[in-house]
Structures are given as C-alpha cells and as structure tokens.
Ligand binder design. Structure first.
Ligand SMILES: [Zn+2]
Length: 377
C-alpha cells in the first residue's frame, strides 16, 4: 500500500496510541490447570489460533483438534497432518476473544485466550492457561460464588479478586518455580475455566482496572473468606503477619447468614489425647480451660503455643472462632463463621449489597485504611 510521507507521523501516532490502549487492556495471568496428564486433547472453539514450539508454527481454525503428549520430556503436538516437537509448546489466539476446550476427566472444559505447555516430569504435561486478567477474575467469581447475587457484591468481589491476583503476581509469587502465577485451587483461587454468566462479566468490565491500595499506593493483600461469624479475624492472628487493613472488625452483616454458626463434638478421651500430643496435659496450669474455652474476641492461641489455626486444620473445623464446653463424655465446639475470617466476608458483603450499600462501602468496611485506585502499568 502506498503511504504519503506527510502522513507517516500521524500513522506512528495512531500505532502508538493503539499500543498504549492494548497495554491498558492486556494484563495476563498464567493459571496452572493440570500437571498429572500424559496426553491432552484440545479443540479450537472460537477464533483463529497458532501453535508453536518457538521455531515452527501451525495455523489453526475453529473446529481443529490438537493432541499434546509428553514423551520423556519431549512434547509432541499433533493437529491433522501437522506435527510439532519441543521442550515447550505455546497455543496463541490471534484474535481478542479466542476460546479452546480441553478434555479433562471425560469433560470438555472451555478456556479463553492462550495456553502454555511444558513437561512436568518425564511423563506428565504442565498445562497453563494464560488469559487476560478480567476474564480470569470473572471465572474466579463464578467458581467461588453462584449466580443471582446482588450486582454491587459482584463489583466488590471483582475488585478484591483483581487486587489479590495482582498481589500474588507482584509480591507473593507462590508458584515462581512452576512457570505460572496462580494455581486453580483454594491454595490460590478456585478457577474452573470460561465464565459465561453475564452479570459477573459486566461487573468486571464496569470496574476494569480498579484495585484496592494501601497508604503507599501499593495493591493490598485482598484476602476473603466465606463468613466471619460476626467478627473478622486479623492477619496477625491467623498468619502471624500484621497488615494495617487486615484487622479485626465487628461484622454484624455476617451474623445471620448461612455459615454464621456451626457445632462439632468430640469424645473427651480423644481431645485429651490430642492435647497430650501437643504438649498439654493435666500438669499444665491452664488445663481446665481446654474444656471451658471462650473467645469474646478472636484469639490466636488456645493454650500456650498451640494455635487455634492448628486445631482448625487438624480437625477440619470451619473456623478458628469457637468456644468449647464439656458435656458428659464429650467436648462440644460451638463455632461461628466459615474460613480463616480475614478480610472480606463474602456472605457479609452479600448482605451489605442487599442492604443497598455500594461496592465502595463494602470494600471500605472490610479493608479499612485503604482506597480504590487504578492498575498502574
Ligand atoms: Zn496456589
């Protein structure tokens, strides 16, 4: 195409502007999907794709299938007559909204944007989905909640999930050696593939780029849980690390929801033997508290150095916010809340939204000493 010289500056300006726009739109997240499969069957669902080993490239269109296999640390990708081999294989969408499926446990799961494949060991494939952050955020919201919740809640949750994701990528780096940013389980955030639920996608678009920042304008560790039981936990209590915005707050919004109370009982004998294993026996001056334990405020320790978190994990309890009473030959745990209790209470945030509170009011309530800002790229 012939371009007049005098228009060159204009064209460069347009290209530069488009480049900037694409920078704003494109923050990508690498999510670890599976590392226990020897072969992986994929199919292009929407859009055009390329698959490459870094040297050779194949073009793929809607309906094309790809089989990826790990043969003693050599990855092989086959699609029709095309064949690629290498120590890494990348599947890239050449349009903005490409979708592909992966056959996992006899089910086709839809994923958006791109995929990266590396050998996990001699036999299995490390399958990573690399996608635009808001598509990821939408999927996490749907994976961790459900449809028909108040729109302001979805907006608050979108900002919390986006902020948490950025914090994981920039600061926490839990999966640095795994070649991805976050796994798809509760260890990081639950992610089950493409979100098709419009209100959640809209909540992500409407809050695009918004994150929660601290006094230094840095993204916060925006943790969340199911229900606080009426009093949120501090990060100091649960993880031993204080943050000025992860402090205990009175949360009346969580007090009436589904997971606000629970009970658990245990034979007294088993409780005594558990305590003995953890260095607490009848010679301990606080031993009687083991059968008569109260938390008017959330505590970190049960007796001496035995933490409530350890008890929760050992007995798979819903939370660390419990009292203990003795009843005959049993000890009864009367508990409140579900989850670690730190940061935003999901059920509380839903109640706030039902009560007419805005997403900003919800976030200010659960993350005090913070403000909303925009992703700084
Ligand atoms: Zn993880």
């Amino acid at each position: 195409m012939y371009i007049k010289l005098k228009n060159k500056k204009f064209i460069i300006f347009i290209c530069f502007s488009l480049f900037n726009l694409s920078l704003i739109a494109q923050v990508f997240v690498r999510v670890g999907i599976r590392n226990d499969l020897n072969t992986l069957k994929l199919k292009i669902i929407e859009g055009d794709y390329i698959i490459t080993n870094g040297k050779d490239t194949c073009f793929l269109k809607q309906g094309d299938s790809i089989l990826i296999e790990n043969n003693r640390k050599n990855l092989i990708a086959k699609s029709g007559k095309n064949y690629l081999k290498g120590d890494s294989i990348f599947l890239f969408s050449t349009i903005e909204n490409g979708v592909f499926s992966a056959l996992i446990k006899d089910k086709y799961i839809y994923y958006e944007d791109n995929a990266l494949f590396y050998p996990y060991n001699d036999f299995n494939i490390n399958f990573i989905n690399k996608l635009e952050i808001d598509k990821y955020v939408a999927s996490v919201i749907l994976s961790e909640t459900y449809p028909n919740l108040p729109y302001e809640f979805y907006k608050a949750k979108a900002i919390a999930v986006r902020t948490f994701t950025i914090y994981m990528i920039d600061s926490e780096k839990k999966h640095l050696t795994d070649k991805f940013d976050l796994c798809n389980t509760t260890h990081c955030q639950v992610y089950k593939g493409k979100c098709d639920y419009k209100p959640i996608i809209e909540a992500c678009n409407e809050t695009k780029g918004m994150i929660i920042v601290d006094d230094n304008n840095l993204p916060i560790l925006a943790v969340y849980h199911s229900n606080s039981g009426g009093l949120t936990n501090s990060s100091e209590n649960y993880w031993g690390k204080p943050f000025p915005y992860l402090v205990t707050i009175n949360d009346q919004y969580s007090a009436k929801s589904k997971n606000s109370t629970w009970t658990f009982s245990l034979p007294k004998e088993q409780w005594v033997s558990y305590l003995a294993k953890n260095g607490i026996d009848s010679s301990n001056k606080n031993f009687q508290n083991a059968f008569n334990f109260y938390q008017p405020i959330r505590k970190k320790f049960f007796i001496d150095t035995l933490t409530l978190r350890k008890i929760r994990e050992d007995f798979n309890l819903k939370s660390t916010y419990f009292n203990i009473v003795e009843e005959g030959d049993k000890v009864i745990f009367n508990g409140r809340g579900y989850g670690h209790g730190v940061g935003l209470s999901q059920e509380g945030a839903i109640e706030m939204a039902k009560d007419g509170k805005s997403f900003i009011e919800i976030l200010e309530f659960y993350y005090p000493n913070t403000k909303i800002s925009y992703l700084n790229l």
